[in-house]
Design a binder for this molecule. Structure first.
Ligand code: SF4
Length: 677
């Protein structure tokens, strides 16, 4: 290397849909012919990144310049359902897509064109700037999501904001108890895991509630291992005991909670034996949990994962867990609170950024369809063209049979923007090679740490690779829309303008540090206990405690060879991503895990090939043992991150019916049967 060439330093943020949103300093050699990013160093001074990445993406430069990365546009060369394409120039691809748009637009309604996207790249410009194109077109766009939206919605109904605490409370010296409920921190949120370990060293006690014996359960004071989806029964039992013993925080309830008397009354009606039976927990375990919660009243923090809200009644499940903290008055105090998603604190900044990025006032509102039921929606002849970006639906959406049938329609023309071939590209007519997150200027809204961080885009060595915004700007040009204000700016200019829209303090912090956090380490959110509801009080409705039993009953009434099915992401993957850098774990996706007791009780042996079935699908898997699982629970890792795997995607077994808010998926409301072959 020429020693006179100086490396360029740029701030970057991992834009994967992950709790970390790790912030780093990238060192680039802009003159290098290909490998321009030399190294990404995680920031030591960021209070969540803490100087390390996770094992999923320790070496992002390997992914960035991976030999399989798409470098040119591709045109389908054989029928759908295979990844057979021939390369074409980007300009040719744009012409073909533009012609197709004109044909569809002339023959049908523009709303027959659909844009499907999610948070595969969580940058605000990456996700939402294409709305300018689809808004001008009058197309249909997807709404909602497949992750934590139901939970956010449910918590907002109680608190006026789904974010009520910041993660720095984990290490607040006042904290004495951390309840980790439905969250496998060591695998999914290893930066919070680090903070919790530090809290344990400093004297905090940990209680784990999880159907799986996660790593933190080993050192926990208590591990409650319930059947999946029965969280609300645990919460009702706990509240019942707290109320009967009059250990609730009456001062907090009187001054800050509407309808609290209803809560006190409602939780007195419980059927204990039903709770023990359905949760699979004993009175002793539940009472020990009650005892420690009471002991550390006002000093307890809950960290709740996204799992408990992935049921048909998931929002209510989450609400009832949160009501334990309400009953105990564990809000607005040092070292207490409820951590779920902290991006709700960003709304005051992101609303103005979103208006600018989408320029939504310049076109009528788009029609929309829920992302989670995309498969059924596309089954209709009404839709003729589909654009997919920041999303791998043929891996990550539920009920793959319905979805793939829809994507296979010959009269549905599909354009996919991606960096690699994957399951979804098998259904594409044209693929556009996408830029990696670090090659574009963007603003990232993390969801475990409140605030914002940035990507200062470095150069991309492949001339035909484009960002989402660049692609739709080029397509607008083909449609002779370049005169519209919507398509004037470059991505860099949109980014600059967004930064200027932020408060001065945020602008300064983003420029100096690459991130902005609107809290100091010792700040306690909602310290004044004035919540952003219509009257400043926490809102409780009596319906919050009602779960329509048949939704749970079908989970509870299983035959001997039927099991709850959990489908969490594997430690080395982010659901449908990162297959290129962790190929060595591929065989994990061919396995279904049960604990040894369950394997034996249905007369099978570990390593045996079995038939897994339910009303949605059947497929063969290898049976493997995982004694950390609750008896009665099976586990297959979530959506395959590979393009051509011999293994079946677990989402062939998951229900398309969403959580009751219709905002996200009910992936865990499912039972499967395991049979000998
Ligand atoms: S995947 Fe998550 S934890 Fe890993 S580097 Fe990216 S943001 Fe950080």
């Amino acid at each position: 290397m020429n020693k006179h060439i100086k490396n360029v330093k740029r701030y970057g943020t991992c834009s994967k849909d992950c709790y970390g949103s790790c912030v780093f300093m990238g060192e680039w050699n802009d003159q290098a012919p290909e490998k321009k990013l030399i190294i990404a160093k995680p920031l030591k001074n960021h209070p969540l990144t803490n100087g390390f990445f996770c094992p999923k993406l320790n070496h992002r430069e390997e992914l960035l310049y991976h030999p399989n990365r798409l470098k040119s546009a591709l045109l389908r060369s054989s029928p759908k359902a295979t990844n057979s394409f021939k390369p074409i120039s980007l300009d040719h691809a744009l012409n073909l897509i533009s012609e197709k748009l004109t044909t569809v637009n002339n023959k049908f309604d523009p709303s027959s064109i659909v844009a499907a996207f999610y948070a595969g790249n969580s940058g605000l410009i990456s996700q939402f700037s294409p709305n300018r194109f689809f808004g001008k077109l009058g197309a249909t766009i997807t709404t909602g999501g497949i992750c934590n939206e139901a939970g956010n919605h449910a918590l907002s109904q109680i608190f006026g904001n789904y974010s009520t605490t910041n993660p720095f409370q984990i290490n607040n010296p006042n904290n004495k108890l951390i309840v980790i409920w439905g969250s496998n921190l060591s695998d999914r949120n290893n930066h919070a895991y680090f903070l919790v370990q530090r809290a344990i060293e400093n004297g905090s006690t940990v209680v784990v509630v999880n159907p799986v014996k996660i790593k933190l359960a080993e050192n926990a004071f208590l591990h409650l291992q319930p059947f999946p989806g029965t969280d609300y029964l645990i919460a009702k039992y706990i509240m019942n005991k707290i109320v009967l013993a009059e250990k609730y925080d009456i001062d907090f309830l009187t001054h800050h909670v509407d309808n609290y008397k209803k809560l006190l009354n409602e939780v007195q009606k419980i059927d204990e034996s039903r709770i023990f039976h359905h949760t699979g927990l004993t009175r002793e375990t539940l009472d020990a949990f009650v005892e420690i919660l009471v002991r550390f009243k006002n000093k307890t923090l809950f960290i709740v994962g996204f799992g408990p809200q992935k049921y048909f009644y998931g929002g209510k499940n989450l609400k009832i867990i949160a009501l334990i903290q309400v009953l105990l008055g564990n809000f607005g105090k040092q070292g207490s609170g409820f951590l779920f998603s902290q991006s709700g604190f960003n709304k005051e900044f992101t609303d103005s950024l979103m208006s600018y990025i989408t320029l939504a006032h310049l076109y009528p509102p788009c029609n929309s369809i829920p992302l989670v039921t995309l498969g059924s929606s596309l089954d209709s002849d009404k839709f003729k063209m589909l654009f997919i970006y920041n999303l791998n639906p043929a891996s990550s959406l539920p009920n793959q049979t319905i979805l793939r049938n829809s994507l296979s329609r010959d009269d549905l023309f599909i354009v996919v923007l991606d960096m690699f071939l994957n399951e979804t590209t098998k259904f594409a007519d044209i693929i556009i090679p996408a830029k990696f997150d670090l090659e574009c200027d963007d603003i990232i809204p993390p969801y475990f740490t409140p605030g914002l961080s940035i990507n200062q885009g470095g150069p991309c060595p492949y001339p035909d690779c484009v960002s989402n915004y660049e692609f739709f700007q080029l397509l607008a040009k083909k449609k002779k829309w370049e005169g519209y204000k919507l398509f004037h700016e470059t991505q860099e200019e949109i980014f600059e303008r967004c930064v200027e829209l932020l408060p001065k303090e945020a602008q300064k912090s983003l420029k100096l540090h690459g991130y902005y956090i609107p809290f100091g380490i010792n700040d306690v959110p909602y310290k004044d206990l004035n919540f952003p509801t219509f009257n400043g009080k926490i809102q409780i409705q009596s319906s919050d405690l009602e779960i329509f039993d048949p939704e749970l009953d079908f989970l509870l009434h299983r035959n001997q060879n039927e099991f709850y099915l959990l489908s969490p992401a594997h430690k080395y993957f982010i659901h449908s991503q990162l297959g290129e850098v962790h190929k060595e774990f591929e065989n994990v996706f061919g396995k279904i895990f049960l604990n040894l007791y369950d394997i034996k009780s249905i007369g099978l042996e570990p390593n045996e090939k079995v038939l897994v079935s339910n009303k949605f699908n059947k497929a063969q898997f290898i049976l493997d043992q995982n004694n950390d699982l609750k008896s009665g629970t099976a586990l297959i890792n979530s959506g395959l991150p590979f393009a051509n795997s011999a293994y079946e995607n677990v989402n062939f077994f998951t229900p398309e019916k969403p959580e009751e808010s219709q905002l996200s998926g009910a992936y865990f409301s499912v039972i499967i049967k395991i049979s000998k072959i």
